[in-house]
Design a protein around this ligand. Structure first.
Ligand code: EPU
Length: 337
């Protein structure tokens, strides 16, 4: 089924709660609807949205916005050690995590409570608490309007990196992700090395899947604002990846500065939240926009009335303050439209 809405206020469709209008919104339930959608309902530019959790609108949107709503979870292979599933792009990410935990399947539990839809997971290669979506993704299925057919890309060809994939680059604006395949493990594989997870899991009696999921949910709820109450887009900036020598120079001055390994062994990842916090900006606000008081990497719509332009101006200020103090450039993680 296809549902079309015209001239819609999209404040309830973006987690920052920004009021703008979309000329046309198209929701579809079944992948087989896509061919007809492009034949009959789209003439001109289009874009895809999932949950709208990583986006800041600065203007009304003239493009047609496509929302996948296909939510099936299908088991497509099973061995003694793993289960491979194919999941519709429109499913709420956390419903998938709960589905896996309920069935005692390992791999997604550290990604509990990340807001958004399954189809957005490979785009951003969503990650948290020492895990990334790419650790479990085997294939990504998509529709190409250019050729009017479906393509399956194996994970090795998805260009996955830290908050990176081919879907943000060469395939951007060219395909609609329709389903994602994940291989989940039947074998216990707890990842407890990040931050307070181990302590939170121990408090609950040990590393069961359910305890890990609950620990992650507790940690997230304690630090991150609920978009239903305060508009936000999760981490607004990416953690910067710098050469080791840069990090060492900073460590000499700030011995407690947190660091994480990066894919390139010559580099390390710094914590942008820590850098912003050290600038004294945590909890700081101007007009309708602020830095969250419990996690400096998150910008918030303090009054519910923020405009996209205000958010961007505030973000630029945060970036220039960090640049001035640390000579480190922090880039935005959110999409700005
Ligand atoms: N820190 C501070 N002050 C702050 C925030 C952080 O000092 O205000 C320090 C923390 O104490 C810690 C370090 O910075 O030593 C890292 O903080 P945290 O563990 O909260 O994680 P993060 O690097 O700020 C990343 C992801 C989050 C994810 C967490 C947990 C990015 C851009 N963000 O944040 O993802 O939940 O790790 O794994 O990589 C998101 O992408 O929207 C998101 C929430």
């Amino acid at each position: 089924m296809v549902r079309i809405f015209e001239n819609v206020d999209i404040s309830s469709r973006n987690s920052f709660g920004i009021h703008q209008t979309a000329a046309k919104i198209i929701e579809f339930d079944s992948n087989s609807d896509l061919s007809e959608i492009f034949r009959l309902h789209i003439d001109g530019e289009w874009m895809v949205m999932g949950g709208g959790n990583n986006i800041v609108f600065t203007k009304d949107i003239e493009k047609s916005i496509i929302f996948p709503r296909n939510c099936n979870i299908e088991i497509i292979a099973e061995s003694t050690e793993s289960v491979t599933i194919r999941v519709g792009a429109g499913l709420e990410w956390d419903e998938l995590v709960e589905w896996a935990v309920e069935r005692n399947l390992w791999g997604l539990e550290n990604l509990s409570l990340i807001p958004g839809k399954v189809g957005a997971a490979p785009v951003q290669n969503i990650g948290a608490y020492g895990a990334e979506a790419k650790d479990c993704i085997t294939n990504v299925e998509m529709y190409s309007p250019e050729t009017d057919n479906f393509i399956t890309l194996v994970a090795e060809h998805c260009g996955f990196g830290y908050r990176e994939s081919v879907f943000k680059h060469s395939l951007k604006g060219r395909v609609i992700i329709t389903a994602v395949e994940f291989r989940l493990s039947k074998v216990e594989n707890p990842k407890l090395n990040y931050g307070d997870i181990c302590a939170e899991v121990e408090k609950r009696g040990g590393a069961t899947l359910r305890n890990i999921r609950e620990a992650i949910c507790t940690i997230r709820r304690s630090k991150l604002p609920d978009p239903a109450e305060t508009g936000n887009a999760g981490s607004f900036f990416k953690n910067p990846i710098v050469e080791r020598s840069v990090a060492e120079a900073l460590l000499a001055q700030y011995p407690n500065m947190p660091l994480y390994p990066a894919a390139d062994p010559e580099c390390v990842k710094l914590a942008a939240g820590w850098l912003i916090d050290q600038c004294g900006l945590k909890g700081y606000s101007e007009g309708n926009v602020g830095v969250h008081s419990r996690q400096a990497l998150v910008l918030i719509n303090t009054t519910g009335e923020a405009t996209g332009a205000e958010v961007i101006a505030f973000a630029r200020k945060v970036q220039s303050t960090v640049l001035e103090k640390f000579a480190i450039q922090i880039d935005t993680e959110v999409n700005i439209l």
